[in-house]
Design a protein around this ligand. Structure first.
Ligand code: C6P
Length: 411
């Protein structure tokens, strides 16, 4: 249980998010879809607006004042990101459009030139499509194979089976820190330790972890860590690939264009230094500056406070949902964060979502871009409620009441 003072703070946090102050279908909005995309605090919205109004220009290119200001704010955000995840150096922070692009970058730039037929990429059955399909593509391109660690009924990875798959044919391990469909906190530390002992690189998909817990990439000791800005109160179209400098150094650029070069002639082109060799073209300048403001916001609250507060609401959510007649919780791992998937009687999850929306409660329904998870449970999809620090226990009470209404409608 967390301190009462922090519960009080939560009311202030909610007030920081203008989008939450509205009605949907005549009911106050309860937003329980932050795993898909989180709302933005006013500080992020205002930072982006001020940049657009006063400072907008291209970065790394101009000698004029606005270009300097834009570059300073953009590179300042990179520094904030580096500090937030405790990167060894700002040069390890590659700015991308999101987790998806970050993982594709590793697949195409790190894996594709080196993979041999018969090599394996080891992932788990819990992964989001973004941590499956890029590996399938690079396996098709190289003759390598995907090896998938099984999960159990609780939605936990069979760790021993996963460790057994990591052998001398393994080229890379890809694992989510927190699984998006079920909220399982995966045992990444153990998997990294095992792979590290065999000198096998590990990529962690941190899309659902970074918004909810303290992430320290040096303490984790992984090789790549990918995440998205829009799930952590930043703008869409922003994301990060953190990579160990010695690995990033050995990787060729994956896209060519402006900014990623040192010198271009028709005979030969040389690459810019890290991290710019991976950032071709004009980036999402305003988005990245907004992401910097999102990090300021989270740091002011403190990730330990975020995690403690959210865990309390999460435990309450799971307990209250479990009491609803006709509910089946999907994903009951012992260590979870932020997310609960469920089914209600035999009502289609889209119908559940639509009825909830009419009561002002926003949840996500369907396969959550994790079809293999649904295949494991033999279901087409689930309803999923997901939290951020602006949610509170009253939101959960509203969710439960809305589900009871859905049951009445379908009775
Ligand atoms: N999951 C969800 O509703 P992008 O789209 O690149 O920002 O993030 C992709 C991604 C990768 N890994 C994990 C674990 C994720 O959860 C996501 C995005 C959203 O669960 C949208 S499908």
């Amino acid at each position: 249980m967390i301190a009462r003072a922090e519960m009080v703070n939560a009311h202030h946090w909610r007030a920081d998010f203008p989008a939450l102050d509205q009605s949907v279908h005549g009911n106050p909005l309860i937003y329980l879809d932050s795993a898909a995309s989180a709302q933005q605090p006013a500080s992020v919205i205002d930072t982006v607006a001020r940049y657009q109004r006063e400072d907008h220009s291209n970065v790394h290119r101009g000698v004029h004042t606005l270009s300097h200001r834009a570059t300073e704010a953009y590179e300042g955000a990179r520094d904030k990101i580096a500090g937030f995840i405790n990167a060894n150096s700002r040069t390890e922070i590659v700015l991308t459009s999101g987790t998806t692009e970050s993982i594709n970058l590793v697949a195409q730039s790190f894996c594709r030139p080196r993979l041999q037929p018969g090599d394996t990429i080891v992932i788990s059955h819990l992964e989001h499509h973004a941590n499956i399909v890029p590996w399938q593509l690079v396996c098709e391109q190289t003759g390598a194979e995907l090896a998938v660690a099984p999960i159990d009924e609780r939605g936990e990875i069979d760790v021993e089976a996963m460790l057994a798959l990591i052998d001398d044919k393994t080229f890379l391990v890809g694992i989510s820190h927190v699984a998006n469909a079920l909220g399982t906190i995966c045992p990444v530390e153990r998997i990294i330790e095992h792979a590290r002992a065999r000198e096998i690189p590990v990529l962690v998909d941190g899309a659902q972890a970074v918004p909810h817990m303290q992430v320290d990439v040096q303490a984790l000791d992984c090789d790549f860590y990918a995440f998205s800005g829009h799930k952590m109160f930043g703008p869409t179209g922003t994301g990060v690939l953190w990579g160990r400098e010695d690995l990033l150094d050995t990787m060729p650029p994956w896209q060519g264009g402006g900014d990623m070069i040192l010198e271009v002639t028709f005979d030969r082109t040389t690459w810019n230094e890290l991290p710019y060799k991976f950032e071709a073209g004009t980036p999402n300048i305003s988005g990245v500056i907004g992401l910097g403001a999102a990090i300021d916001y989270l740091r002011d609250i403190g990730m330990q406070n975020v995690a403690a507060y959210e865990n309390d609401v999460h435990d309450y959510m799971v307990a209250e949902l479990a009491k609803v007649d006709g509910i089946r919780l999907v994903g009951e791992a012992r260590r979870k964060a932020s997310v609960q998937s469920f089914l209600l009687d035999d009502i289609h999850s889209h119908d559940v979502g639509t009825i909830l929306d009419h009561q002002g409660v926003a949840i996500r329904t369907g396969h959550h871009c994790a079809m293999p998870v649904m295949q494991y449970f033999g279901i087409p999809g689930t309803a999923r409620a997901s939290l951020a620090l602006y949610n509170n226990r009253e939101d959960i009470d509203r969710l439960v009441a809305a589900l009871q209404k859905a049951r009445e409608i379908f009775a």
